[in-house]
Design a protein around this ligand. Structure first.
Ligand code: TRP
Ligand code: SF4
Length: 403
């Protein structure tokens, strides 16, 4: 379905404290790229953290600031995107509540993460209202900014799908203004006769034959109009598809290019496996950690040949090394021509080169915490203005527009 704001990207991360190379290669590198191509909103999902960690709330605030330092250190640039903290935006709570009125219980109970996480976190009592509502809160996060694209991992796709269904349901229930058809005609008049007749032709073609190309052309045409209001654009877009006004556009999951960052033991890098290199690791720590990595157990002595595909160091070459280095590793390992420390050297250098600018940025931010605090105050304020706009429309559509 169309959305006026399909150049808008929104994504969030739960505060987990300091981040590691897995976060960088899996998420942040992608965000840094997206911020140059889209209108990006990135936020700290601290309420989401509470849904599972309501018993140890003391660490949340600290984790939030630590994580934000790492975002900026990694190159997320507050002058190119809007950064905010979820709990500083009570608007999300209001939208969550309003959406809860039209959310069938079964939709939430059927979200796969609901049962999965309860299984996985058995020690915790997750039979709470808040935890059941986790994906609904996420839908509110997304719909609040009328985001067209939501970069997420594969485990979150079901949440974006739920968001799409909710948007559809919301628009269906509340997108019908009185006098919608008349409002569409008036908006068409403002487009000029030629454009209006092209719009009518394309709409007819799409509605009668399902011609997606006609739909796309008409949508692009509506978006390009400079002389009609956003409200009118939404009406015209809605009318193309035989709907009412689209108040909350349906978002799309933007699957990050699958980057499985190997940890120090060959498993996926993850805090819970204790196999990470953090973004603020010192050069010496990087050396120590990589040197301590296990290698192919067949290489007991230097003269024993090995096999890279049995060695946890090899996957790091796949991330960091060019073709020549990889061939050198393959040949040298199998012929016992190189030692494991030689083999690890290019990895150490590559990681330290990657981390160096991050360390520097992080140091500056750590030395001046007020800078980050005021950056976030600005981001929160900018996001709040967008959120209020959406809420105004949502409230009005739901009969809550008091004067
Ligand atoms: N649930 C997401 C995660 O665990 C975090 C999140 C919360 C999010 N709200 C969001 C991600 C909105 C994308 C969009 O990773
Ligand atoms: Fe692993 Fe490299 Fe040693 Fe071979 S030479 S076992 S790939 S560290």
């Amino acid at each position: 379905m169309s959305s006026l704001s399909n150049r808008r990207v929104l994504s969030g991360m739960r505060p987990t404290g300091r981040l590691h190379l897995g976060h960088y290669h899996g998420v942040l590198k992608n965000w840094v790229k997206l911020q140059h191509e889209y209108d990006c909103f990135f936020f700290v999902a601290d309420w989401h953290a509470l849904t599972t960690h309501y018993e140890d709330v003391r660490i949340i605030e600290h984790s939030v600031w630590e994580m934000l330092v790492d975002w900026l250190a990694a190159g997320v640039d507050p002058s190119r995107c809007t950064l905010f903290i979820q709990s500083q935006m009570p608007q999300h709570a209001e939208l969550h509540l309003l959406l809860s009125m039209i959310t069938p219980l079964g939709w939430l109970e059927r979200v796969p993460t609901y049962k999965d996480q309860q299984e996985k976190l058995k020690g915790k009592d997750l039979a709470t209202y808040g935890f059941l509502g986790y994906p609904l809160l996420q839908s509110a996060d997304i719909l609040m900014y009328r985001a067209g694209q939501v970069p997420v991992g594969a485990d979150q796709v079901a949440h974006v799908e739920l968001t799409r269904e909710l948007a559809r349901r919301f628009n269906h229930l509340f997108g019908r203004e009185q006098g919608f058809a008349e409002a569409v005609e008036l908006a068409l008049l403002k487009m000029g006769r030629k454009n209006a007749s092209m719009y009518r032709d394309l709409r007819k073609r799409y509605q009668e034959t399902g011609d997606e190309e006609a739909l796309g052309t008409a949508q692009a045409m509506v978006r390009d109009q400079s002389n009609i209001t956003i409200g009118d654009k939404e009406r015209l877009l809605g009318s193309l598809e035989g709907l009412g006004k689209i108040i909350l556009p349906e978002p799309q999951a933007l699957l990050a290019p699958e980057a499985r960052m190997p940890g120090l033991d060959g498993q996926k890098m993850s805090k819970s496996y204790g196999n990470t290199i953090t973004l603020r690791e010192t050069p010496d720590e990087v050396v120590r950690k990589i040197k301590a990595m296990p290698t192919d157990p067949a290489r007991v002595r230097l003269i024993d040949p090995g096999q890279p595909d049995r060695c946890p160091v090899w996957p790091l070459h796949e991330v960091y090394s060019d073709e020549r280095t990889r061939q050198w590793v393959q040949g040298g390992c199998r012929s016992a021509g190189i030692g494991c420390l030689d083999c690890k050297k290019p990895i150490i250098d590559a990681i330290n080169a990657e981390l160096e600018p991050m360390r520097q940025r992080a140091q500056q931010l750590e030395a001046n915490p007020d800078v980050l605090h005021s950056l976030m105050a600005e981001g929160n304020a900018a996001a709040r203005a967008v959120a209020e706009d959406t809420l105004d429309e949502v409230r009005a559509a739901m009969g809550l527009k008091y004067r």
